[in-house]
Design a protein around this ligand. Structure first.
Ligand code: ADP
Ligand code: MG
Length: 474
């Protein structure tokens, strides 16, 4: 059996090249051989899918030639084999997870082979990055293709700071929160990619809270806690955990996560969390974990304003090689307010349609072909409604917002209403000027001021969110 496997490996090395061979074939073990079948053991599902899809026929051929007759390949996943129960690996009865941590297990040693992430699309590029120093990090989500605007500027800056100096205590942990589709996951991967770009040997682990939970449950069930802790404690220099709101109420998971966190933080390793809500709003979040997050860096992400959405739309269109004029971009952006993911879908569809019809993406074309997916006139609030909502939130009179009195408590809401009108209506600066009885330069100035203040002013962002909610815009 060994000789056969050697012979086949030799042939595969020839046909696949040394590098592919090292990544994909070397980790495979020949576990059994029957007259018509070859059983191969691979590290995980991810590997299996990729190898099967890409090298299945080549491997079948190689075995066929070596054996002189056709065979079928069966892939088995090593981790699904019955676990070998080491006595020391068994959790002591009746004790919390914390007491099971044996520091000795995690003393620094030679780097562990990376564990491949499962369930990601097996592109070779992703796989290659996994085969080196990152787990789960998508190479295509980077800072370079993340569009920065007032709504995400703070989170972006915090993410950059972390990538610049991972483990620095002021930003450890970094906790990024905001609604769905706003770019939290993108930023998480961007941190991973940037750390890796600067230090290709840095070990970076991206995981969703859900995956962490599932792996923990498996580890407990199959008594593989030491493997689990190797992966989550000893291995990563940077742990990126997505969607911690899904930890809700899972006591053991939270306890394990807390100790993982403490362990990493003590050693100056970086942790970044994302969530759709604040730490105190994650239902049943382990209180110690909550206070740790609150004492680290909290960074919120708001729905992008129109300008940012337009910029994102341009970016996504450029990625697809689609040329979109500014007025088309604005037309589309105004009809998918808030959610970036929607924009991506829309632009992909538009690109496909343009190819199909060999047409340019004009507004008329978009109206005609995307009519069913575009909200008709979704954000049809008018200037008066916006001003009323602002007045009511700040407890001032509508006339005062429209007037010229320069008291501080009026100037701020006035500027904010100008900015919101610009954001949520089709009115131009001169149009808005007419509403407020000001010239267009004043409006322009006010809008710029608000956009500039937003990233650094959590109160202002809170006010914007509240007004948008009251207008049914968020
Ligand atoms: P979240 O994790 O907050 O739900 P994602 O990070 O998954 O959101 O973002 C949804 C999609 O929108 C992703 O494909 C992401 O690349 C894209 N996206 C979000 N924000 C931006 C941005 N500011 N610039 C470029 N792409 C973005
Ligand atoms: Mg996400």
């Amino acid at each position: 059996m060994d000789r056969l496997w050697e012979q086949v490996q030799g042939a595969l090395m020839q046909s696949l090249g040394a590098q592919n061979f090292e990544i994909w074939i070397r980790p495979i073990r020949l576990s059994n051989l029957t007259p018509h079948a070859v059983h191969l053991q691979v590290p995980n599902r991810y590997y299996r899918d990729w190898v099967q899809a890409n090298y299945g026929p080549t491997m079948t051929d190689a075995f066929g030639r070596a054996l002189g007759h056709g065979v079928e390949l069966h892939f088995e996943i090593a981790s699904e084999q019955a676990p070998v129960l080491a006595e020391a690996d068994r959790p002591p009865q009746g004790s919390g997870l914390a007491s099971q941590v044996d520091e000795g297990e995690f003393l620094e040693g030679p780097p562990l082979p990376p564990v491949l992430d499962e369930g990601r699309p097996p592109t070779e590029e992703v796989a290659r990055s996994h085969a080196s120093s990152t787990i789960g990090v998508s190479p295509d989500k980077v800072f370079d293709n993340f569009v920065v605007g007032a709504s995400n500027q703070f989170a972006h800056a915090a993410a950059l700071a972390v990538a610049d100096q991972p483990g620095e205590s002021q930003y450890n942990p970094l906790y990024i929160y905001g609604g769905t589709g706003l770019g939290k996951t993108h930023l998480l991967h961007a941190i991973g990619n940037e750390v890796r770009r600067r230090d290709p040997s840095a070990r970076i682990l991206y995981v969703t809270a859900e995956q962490f939970t599932n792996e923990l449950i498996d580890a407990l069930r199959y008594r593989r806690m030491s493997n689990f802790r190797e992966k989550y404690r000893r291995w990563p220099a940077v742990l990126l955990m997505d969607d911690v709101q899904f930890l809700t109420g899972k006591d053991r998971t939270q306890e394990e996560l807390f100790h993982t966190f403490e362990w990493l933080k003590e050693r100056g390793r970086q942790i970044v969390f994302t969530s759709d809500v604040l730490p105190r709003e994650v239902h049943g979040f382990e209180p110690r974990l909550r206070t740790r997050c609150e004492s680290g860096m909290l960074a919120d992400m708001q729905p992008p304003d129109l300008e940012t959405l337009v910029a994102i739309l341009h970016q996504k269109a450029a990625d697809l090689g689609l040329d979109v004029t500014p007025d088309v971009a604005r037309f589309l952006a105004a009809r998918v307010r808030g959610n970036v993911r929607e924009i991506e879908g829309l632009i992909k569809r538009l690109s496909a349609l343009c190819k199909l019809h060999q047409a340019q993406p004009t507004i008329a074309f978009a109206r005609l072909h995307l009519g069913n997916v575009l909200a008709d006139e979704p954000h049809s609030v008018d200037a008066q409604e916006v001003i009323k909502a602002v007045a009511s939130l700040f407890n001032v009179r509508v006339e005062d917002l429209m007037g010229s009195r320069r008291q501080r408590q009026l100037v701020r809401p006035r500027h904010l209403s100008m900015w919101l009108v610009r954001e949520h209506t089709d009115l131009s600066f001169p149009d808005i000027g007419r509403v407020f009885g000001k010239d267009h330069a004043t409006i322009h100035h006010a809008c710029k001021k608000v956009a500039g203040d937003l990233p650094n002013d959590a109160d202002l962002r809170g006010a914007v969110a509240a007004i948008r909610r009251s207008l049914g815009l968020a």
